[in-house]
Design a protein around this ligand. Structure first.
Ligand SMILES: NC(=O)N[C@@H](CC(=O)O)C(=O)O
Ligand SMILES: [Zn+2]
Ligand SMILES: [Zn+2]
Length: 346
């Protein structure tokens, strides 16, 4: 007996497309199911100015599969030298939908991020004035803070003070991985949203470490204890408007994942929607999948819900997802949930 589910075409509010050969390899994996995505600016060198974002958008558009109507929503990488006028101009021309804050050194390609928050005050004030959201990688980088505590400490030491100092600033706490992140977003009203990845609904830290180290489950923020995964599942499947999908699909070639110093990032673009259907069905919340993946994100960003739809089917046999996709730089492993999934997109 097969079962189908039709929802508005989903959007991905946190996506890494990279550039060059990797962009060519991964872009069709997202455009197959998604209508729009917030494109992360952590290229090397980063996408800092409006001009760089415009050029990057052109490269993405030039790489789109034939006939695709996918819309990349661009972001600027916040540095201590970011010019508030450049940000305002890029937002006014509708080029840029958010500015991205990486604490310096927190994650992949974040060396140009912010170390001294006083130095970005003018940009944040301007963003609050014009209503441009700040997307935040929410982890402190202090060497004395345990990696599993870095998100919770970030909320107290950085995020809350920044929000208090900049009333009205719209913030997306991205890829939340803790119950503290869920609670903070939930209590924050309509100026804060939280994105949740597909993989953080599926894995906890045991999946990374028990029975041998699993580099393809390593991402930042790193997956936490089971109680946090359960809090994320409850939030994502609740239908509450504060929570929406940001896959953080973050491709790295296998040679750099399966390495003595492996890169952080899980590549989930290929199978995200079927995995989410599986998770939401397990939580008896299939009727909230559209809120999480299609409605809540556009509402936060002030954009319309997509009028096209996506249909998913649940078959009798497990879906055969590719285990890797080919890239000219080397293969990229697709996130393996570790269980059979019967959903697929039609
Ligand atoms: N999530 C990750 O583990 N990696 C991301 C960076 C990020 O989103 O923090 C990447 O760019 O590879
Ligand atoms: Zn991040
Ligand atoms: Zn990311």
């Amino acid at each position: 007996m097969s079962k189908t589910l039709t929802i508005p075409r989903p959007d991905d509010w946190h996506l890494h497309l990279r550039d060059g050969a990797m962009l060519r390899a991964v872009l069709p994996e997202t455009t197959r199911d998604f209508a729009r995505a917030i494109i992360m600016p952590n290229l090397v060198p980063p996408v800092v100015t409006g001009a760089q974002a415009s050029a990057y958008r052109d490269r993405i558009l030039a790489t789109l599969p034939e006939g695709s109507r996918f819309q990349p929503l661009m972001t600027l990488y916040l540095t201590e030298d970011t010019d508030p006028d450049d940000v305002a101009a890029a937002a006014a021309s509708d080029l840029v939908k958010a500015v991205k804050l990486y604490p310096a050194g927190a994650t992949t390609n974040s060396a140009s991020g912010v170390a001294n928050f006083d130095r970005v005050r003018a940009v944040l004030d301007r963003m609050a004035e014009i209503g441009l959201p700040l997307c935040v990688h929410g982890e402190v980088t202090d060497s004395d803070i345990d990696i599993f505590d870095r998100e919770a400490v970030f909320i107290d030491r950085v995020l809350d003070p920044v929000r208090r100092a900049t009333p009205g600033l719209r913030v997306v706490m991205e890829h939340i991985t803790t119950a503290q992140g869920v609670d903070y977003v939930r209590a924050g009203g309509d100026t804060i949203g939280g994105t949740i990845t597909t993989h953080h609904l599926i894995i906890n830290r045991n999946h990374i470490l028990v029975g041998g180290i699993k580099p393809h489950y390593y991402c930042l923020p790193v997956a936490k204890r089971e109680e946090h995964r359960l809090a994320l599942r409850a939030a994502a499947t609740s239908g509450e408007p504060s929570f929406f999908l940001g896959t953080d699909s973050a491709p790295h070639v296998d040679a750099l994942k399966e390495h003595a110093c492996g890169c952080a990032g899980c590549f989930t673009a290929t199978n995200t929607m079927p995995l989410l259907a599986h998770v939401f069905e397990e939580e008896h919340a299939l009727d909230h999948l559209a809120a999480f993946a299609c409605h809540n994100g556009p509402a936060f960003y002030g954009l319309p819900v997509n009028d096209r739809t996506l249909t998913m089917e649940k078959g009798d046999m497990p879906t055969d997802f590719p285990s890797k996709i080919d890239c000219a730089d080397g293969p990229v492993t697709v996130f393996d949930p570790g269980f059979d999934v019967y959903w697929r997109t039609a």
